[in-house]
Design a protein around this ligand. Structure first.
Ligand SMILES: [Fe+2]
Length: 159
């Protein structure tokens, strides 16, 4: 076993960087979903939803950068082309969504997929003592679970 400069197993860390690339690609899909509904939303709730979706995509954009820089910190190379993103995306792609309930359901569906990927990374990072990635996943999971609760509440549904 060889340790890298941050004291983690080199091979295991590179493998984890690969998993983080899957998360990165899916976050980009989520981000683009949010841009789409921010632009295309119609109806009497336009003003509040337009602003809410901007708030969410701004947050997603910051997380994309955190994930990419974590990949670099672990010795990997962040995926950065659309064709790479499409090839590993698991998050549903929303196209031409202008109806408010469909938009909110797209957010829930996207976050549900991101949570699955994050929980896998949380487990693996714990197993290799990668606290930096582990705590990042922990924070993401907590925040996204709360967003899902609020989106479900908006739909009039319980979690
Ligand atoms: Fe805008």
């Amino acid at each position: 076993m060889t340790l890298n400069s941050i004291g983690l197993d080199t091979d295991q860390t590179k493998e984890l960087a690969g998993d983080l690339n899957i998360l990165l690609a899916n976050f980009q899909t989520y981000y683009q979903n949010l841009r789409g509904i921010h632009w295309n939303i119609l109806g009497k709730r336009f003003f509040d939803l337009h602003v809410k979706f901007e708030e969410l995509y701004t947050d997603a954009n910051e997380k994309v950068d955190l994930i990419a820089e974590r990949i670099l910190t672990l010795g990997g190379t962040p995926l950065h082309t659309f064709d790479d993103y499409v090839s590993v995306a698991l998050v549903p792609v929303g196209k031409n969504i202008s109806e408010d309930e469909k938009a909110v359901k797209l957010i829930i569906g996207s976050l549900t997929e991101l949570l699955k990927i994050e929980r896998t990374i949380l487990k693996k990072s714990g197993e290799i003592d990668d606290e930096g990635t582990n705590s990042m996943m922990s924070d993401f999971i907590t925040e996204q679970e709360k967003i899902i609760w609020m989106m479900k509440a908006w739909l009039g549904e319980s979690i």
